[in-house]
Design a protein. Structure first.
Length: 184
């Protein structure tokens, strides 16, 4: 027999309220856990996409330096290539009265006597450059065959077919810059 005026389907009392409250909070906590898991999964997914795209792009960006570059005065060409995970460059042509004269020039200004007989054509002028991001390669060395000195080197790509090569001594503001254009 029902003592209250309420129909039997509505149960009242403290135990019933707690039972329903517990069910509601259990569902809410489950939804929060699912939401947190989805957030974590989306963050991990975005992180993986970022890592994948930046690692592929850095290789592509770094390789933009590869090829033949001609000094802006059009009297020197250097070929940049990859060597042991770094970038290097060798002299492949310079202005001379004839090709036989060009091939006869030697590295006479080198301070090491045993290296003074090396031909200038094929001589490695740039070595150990590494890509540093933002169209810049650095931490390398550049050899000047006119003086026999080796300098620290940095190359900056200013346009798709133009680079500025900076040879410096200890500080980047103590040095000289040269502009090269990609040789077609």
């Amino acid at each position: 027999m029902n003592i209250s005026n309420k129909p039997a389907r509505f149960k009242t009392g403290v135990p019933y309220v707690y039972r329903y409250w517990w069910k509601i909070t259990k569902c809410a906590n489950g939804l929060l856990a699912i939401t947190e898991r989805l957030k974590l999964a989306s963050r991990l997914g975005l992180l993986l996409v970022f890592i994948a795209t930046t690692s592929f792009n850095s290789d592509h960006d770094a390789n933009r330096l590869l090829g033949v570059w001609e000094y802006e005065e059009k009297n020197l060409r250097i070929e940049i290539f990859e060597e042991d995970g770094h970038f290097a460059g060798k002299m492949i042509w310079f202005l001379s009265s004839s090709e036989s004269m060009m091939n006869s020039y030697r590295d006479t200004e080198n301070p090491e006597p045993k290296l003074t007989t090396r031909p200038l054509i094929g001589l490695k002028l740039v070595e150990k450059l590494s890509y540093q991001g933002n169209d810049t390669w650095g931490s390398g060395k550049i050899y000047d065959p006119n003086s026999g000195y080796t300098w620290d080197a940095q190359i900056h790509l200013t346009a798709p077919n133009t680079v500025v090569v900076r040879g410096y001594w200890k500080f980047k503001w103590i040095g000289k810059s040269m502009v090269f254009n990609r040789s077609m």
